[in-house]
Design a protein. Structure first.
Length: 424
């Protein structure tokens, strides 16, 4: 048996024994892994020599030749170690032979919710893993969400369900109605992660908790977000969904009941997730507001992102410059019913707000919105519709069920928003 060095999916360097699927040991840099590997192989060589010596008393000449060969191999290994070590010392960016990227499909689906109310429900397909983040916007949305999910969830199981915070436009679809059974009643849930900390007292929150607790009793793994980022109760902050795709629960200090930071704003309890694959990053922050975003930046090493789900449905109170200056998004999706007066009668503050547009325009014009208010019987219609951002064959694409028109090119935008010079 021989040992060899291979880069792991976490970016570390593992020392593997022939035939093994897991490393015997892993290191932060290759030079340390090479050194450990050389020592392990030398130990194996000594055992081989001892075995040969035991059975070769009458073949001393053959034993001497084999010994010389093994010594030469060991010296060669040591030489390669020091050569790699010198390269590491001369340049922090130098590497050994590049490791081939594992290319697995990753899709983010931003759903319409079957009514005129803004809300979130995001389905994520990561390899063969099915993930659902939130289930808004009303109880009746459960049927719309389930109809969509059933096209992709073929085994009746969601590996992960995440409830970002305790507002109805994010959790009511988990509860559902008698005619539209909730998502938590419709699928097997392997792991459920939620906000943990809350000031909610609503009936929909109590109904959600009752369903959550029944799932836990039935065997679902449950972690609060603070369990994850504090590594408590068997939780971790990073879940390896596939060999190349990870999901990280970011540290939102408002979500930790033991934190010195307190708030009465339910939005600021939002679970924030960062998905990563082969250097591409995708950020979802629920309804986190500006002060929550400031602390998110302070407590996490946030990368630039390919995709950002606009905070709080494109509200003027979220997607702050403090956050955007760090993540510099290339694609932005807004889960809302554009132009709805659900929360305000001030046109400029209706989702997606003028302030949001004025901030996001500095980084991208690739902004997509799910729905828009309408004079039809339903009170809404698709703007872009269901929005799918997909990574496949090393390419990121955006495909929408209604159209792929950028927000800036829509009639609603031209009628209700002032176009910033960056989009002109």
């Amino acid at each position: 048996m021989r040992y060899y060095v291979k880069k792991t999916t976490t970016g570390r360097y593992g020392v593997y024994k022939d035939g093994a699927t897991k490393p015997s040991k892993s290191f932060a840099n290759q030079s340390e892994a090479d050194a450990y590997c050389a020592k392990a192989n030398f130990k194996e060589d000594k055992q081989t020599i001892a075995t040969i010596s035991k059975h070769s008393k009458n073949h001393k000449f053959l034993f001497l030749i084999i010994l010389i060969i093994l010594i030469a191999v060991t010296i060669g290994g040591i030489y390669l170690f020091y050569k790699n070590h010198d390269q590491d010392s001369s340049s922090s960016s130098s590497t050994s032979t590049p490791t081939a990227l594992i290319d697995e499909d990753l899709e983010f689906h931003f759903l319409q919710l079957g009514n005129k109310f803004s809300g979130d429900s995001i389905f994520i397909k990561a390899g063969d893993k099915d993930i659902l983040i939130d289930a808004g916007s009303r109880k009746g949305s459960a049927s719309t969400i389930k109809t969509y999910l059933d096209k992709y969830v073929t085994d009746g199981k969601l590996e992960f369900v995440i409830a970002t915070h305790a507002h109805q436009d994010h959790i009511s679809g988990f509860v559902g109605t008698e005619k539209a059974p909730g998502i938590l009643k419709s699928y097997e849930v392997e792991t459920l992660i939620d906000f943990g900390n809350t000031v909610a007292t609503s009936t929909i929150y109590s109904d959600y908790v009752a369903l959550r607790d029944s799932l836990i009793e039935a065997g679902t793994n449950y972690y609060s977000q603070s369990d994850c980022f504090n590594h408590l109760n068997g939780a971790t902050d990073t879940f390896n969904l596939t060999e190349s795709i990870s999901m990280k629960i970011l540290k939102n200090v408002y979500g930790d009941p033991d934190s010195e930071y307190k708030t009465k704003n339910e939005n600021n309890f939002s679970v924030c997730t960062l998905f990563s694959q082969n250097g591409n990053n995708y950020l979802l922050t629920g309804d986190l507001e500006e002060d929550g975003e400031e602390l998110l930046v302070a407590n996490n090493e946030l990368p630039r992102v390919k995709l950002f789900k606009a905070g709080h449905h494109g509200s003027y109170t979220a997607s702050s410059e403090n956050l955007l200056n760090v993540i510099q998004p290339e694609i932005v999706t807004v889960c809302c019913c554009a132009g709805s007066d659900e929360y305000t009668s001030v046109d400029a503050n209706m989702f997606p707000s003028q302030a949001f547009i004025d901030r996001i325009c500095k980084w991208t014009d690739k902004v997509y919105v799910t729905s828009i208010v309408s004079n039809n019987a339903d009170g809404f219609e698709a703007l872009n519709g269901d929005i799918v951002v997909a990574y496949k064959n090393q390419t990121i694409s955006v495909t929408c069920s209604n159209n792929d028109t950028l927000l800036k090119d829509t009639k609603w935008f031209k009628d209700h928003r002032t176009c910033p010079k960056e989009w002109a």
